[in-house]
Ligand binder design. Structure first.
Ligand code: ARG
Ligand code: ZN
Length: 467
């Protein structure tokens, strides 16, 4: 039920772009009479997110001093209760809280591991606001899936990670089912940049500190929120009436492979528009970081973050740009309703690498499919890989194989019609695998369950589809 509210909020925030609600996306509500559950009901990560309410907006103010690693923050959350609430949870990994206020009244806050329990002065119904003040030294999130959360660097910090990271730097309903708009004011010592998602809203300086403002006006899953602080060379201009802002560490020589790849951001986005439909957000960009602990890239909304390993002299790093930009449609605009559905993000983003390689370097999609099809291990089902395998080849490369198997089955015209219908109907919303299968059947007019059963859920090599 809380999904309905999230979709309605998305609709209001973005005026008429949201798709139909998914009947198969469900969030859990209560953890007892009047008590919001401590998880949103994700079968892979039961404590992620919370029940009983839906956030529509986060207003975040942080001040960070790289010398002491100290973060001081205030978050103002606008939310709607989906049941009467005497108590509810936020996800927050342990920075001490000095003040919690609900609807203007002091509230009680209790912190336990990654959960923050808020007991308001009075039971909540309908729309409400929460304000929380906190300060301390933020920590990375120790997950089975590698480094995430708030990392301190030589010159600043990087807040980044999937499947969770936001809870390391602000109190949040940390699950993609609860998308919300964001604005951020980040105050850092003069001379440093504080980079984030969405549209740059300027920077002002006072008393040796500079406050950078950012606004993400399309609903965003919290794991897509990022904050990168440090000494960066920023390039900004506009493209198709949207701001584009990219940044590369000043420690990296100007004009090198990272900047060359960043400069192709809009070329890649324009190509992907021809495949997937209109670019879904109001700004573009990318941030390259130099910290080797960031061994991956992440599709942080409108402005992906790229680890240092992707851009090397003589190499072509645009494949990863194609991957992260494809996520703007698949993952960010259309977000998953649960982590078991992650192939809807990664399978399509990997397929976009194949499309881009064909477009840019004349390496046919079919040859890339053939190569991967020949060596794939089929033992892990793409559509339900298990929490330890959400970033595995079964999700990425086998997911892309499934996408191409669909294309071979329905033909190019129906295939690209399916992709564009999906990104249009589901824009700013959530969806699950069953929704994609239904939509593919509706648009193509074909019965596709056996195909998806074999390619997404089977554990043996599926035969090549016959057109
Ligand atoms: N979604 C990211 C990508 O494929 C991958 C993030 C991997 N995360 C990690 N902790 N290793 O672009
Ligand atoms: Zn990806």
């Amino acid at each position: 039920k809380s999904v309905t509210a999230a979709v309605v909020v998305g609709l209001l925030a973005t005026a008429c772009t949201s798709g139909p609600e998914s009947p198969s996306v469900t969030a859990s509500g209560g953890g007892g009479a009047g008590i919001g559950a401590d998880g949103i009901g994700d079968p892979y990560f039961p404590r992620y997110g919370n029940g009983g309410y839906d956030v529509s907006h986060y207003g975040i103010q942080v001040r960070y001093d790289p010398k002491s690693d100290q973060l001081t923050g205030r978050v103002a959350i606008t939310a709607a209760a989906t049941m009467p609430l005497r108590r509810f949870n936020l996800d927050f990994t342990g920075l001490p809280i000095s003040r919690a206020v609900v609807d203007g009244q002091p509230a009680t806050a209790r912190q336990q591991e990654a959960e923050l329990e808020i007991t308001p002065a009075a039971e909540i119904t309908g729309e409400f606001t929460v304000e929380i003040d906190y300060a301390g030294v933020p920590q990375p999130i120790k997950a089975i899936l590698g480094e995430g959360g708030f990392l301190h660097t030589d010159d600043g910090a990087i807040a980044l990670g999937q499947p969770e990271s936001a809870s390391s730097w602000f109190p949040v309903n940390d699950h993609p089912l609860d998308k919300a708009t964001f604005d951020l004011a980040a105050t850092v010592p003069d001379g440093l940049a504080a980079l984030s998602n969405g549209t740059p809203e300027g920077a002002e300086t006072a008393d040796g500190w500079t406050t950078w403002r950012w606004a993400e006006r399309a609903p965003m899953a919290p794991y897509l929120a990022t904050l990168v602080i440090g000494d960066y060379r920023i390039t900004s201009s506009s493209h198709k009436n949207r701001p584009i802002l990219t940044a590369v560490p000043k420690s990296v020589p100007a004009g090198g492979p990272a900047e060359t790849a960043m400069a192709r951001t809009t070329d890649v986005a324009d190509f992907l528009e021809t495949q997937f439909g209109p670019y879904p957000f109001e700004s573009y960009g990318g941030v390259v970081v130099s910290d080797p602990r960031i061994s991956y890239a992440l599709e942080t909304q409108s402005r992906p973050v790229y680890g240092p390993s992707f851009f090397r002299a003589g190499g072509d790093g645009t494949w990863v740009v194609a991957h992260e930009l494809a996520h703007q449609w698949f993952g960010d605009s259309v977000s998953i309703g649960g982590w078991q559905h992650i192939w809807l993000n990664e399978g399509f983003a990997t397929y976009a690498e194949w499309l881009w390689a064909e477009h840019d370097r004349k390496i046919s999609v079919q040859s890339q499919f053939d190569q991967v099809y020949g060596v794939m291990d089929w033992s892990v089902p793409t559509g339900d890989p298990g929490p330890a395998n959400i970033f595995s080849g079964a999700v990425y490369r086998r997911g892309a194989l499934a996408v191409h198997a669909l294309r071979l089955t329905v033909g190019d015209e129906a295939f690209f019609d399916i992709l564009k219908t999906w990104t249009t109907e589901r824009r700013n919303g959530n969806a699950v695998t069953a929704d994609f299968i239904s939509l593919a059947e509706r648009v193509s007019g074909e019965s596709l369950r056996p195909l998806f059963d074999a390619w997404l859920f089977g554990t043996t090599k599926p035969p090549l589809p016959k057109p």
